[in-house]
Design a protein around this ligand. Structure first.
Ligand code: FES
Length: 164
């Protein structure tokens, strides 16, 4: 069983460490399993703090730089904490023309949130994405699994207040 010294990290509980050890144990002797291990550990912690990446590297007997390289290469992995709700705003042409920029500004001002950032209370993360394929509903915002079409800067905050 993997039992390296656990680094202290405020976002990783004892229970999470146990699950992380189990993931490492399952994957450590499988060539190319580092992506699986990172993905499963991210599911446990919700992101990949650098201390966790080092721990996974030690457990899997791989150089830290290699594991860090994989984690930072794939967009599937997040090295920073995410909010409970991810707001994706479409910056494709149709949405842009219909005023998504004002929507983004309104969200940014209300929650002190930048593109690619997360609020301090980890309620929201904000991502700007390319065309979501719903141009007929422009401008479009997706929160978690919910698509909000024809969203206007005046009422975007009211919609977001439903997500606690
Ligand atoms: S441009 Fe926004 S959904 Fe297509």
């Amino acid at each position: 069983m993997t039992c390296f010294m656990k680094p202290h990290h405020e976002d990783i509980t004892q229970e999470m460490w146990q699950k992380i050890d189990a993931v490492i144990e399952t994957n450590k002797n499988t060539p190319g399993a580092v992506i699986t291990a990172l993905r499963e550990c991210q599911e446990i912690v919700k992101y990949l703090p650098v201390e966790l990446i080092d721990y996974i590297a030690d457990g899997m007997n791989l150089p830290g730089s290699e594991v860090f390289g994989v984690a930072s290469f794939y967009s599937l992995f997040s090295l920073k904490p995410k909010g409970r709700h991810t707001i994706k705003v479409c910056t494709g042409t149709a949405c842009y023309v219909k005023g998504i920029r004002e929507v983004i500004n309104r969200i940014g001002n209300e929650y002190h949130l930048k593109e690619g950032g997360t609020t301090i209370d980890r309620r929201f993360s904000l991502e700007c994405v390319r065309c979501l394929g719903a141009c007929g509903l422009a401008p479009v915002m997706v929160v978690g699994e919910d698509t909000h079409g024809e969203i206007a800067a005046e009422n975007v905050i009211k919609s977001l207040e439903n997500y606690k």
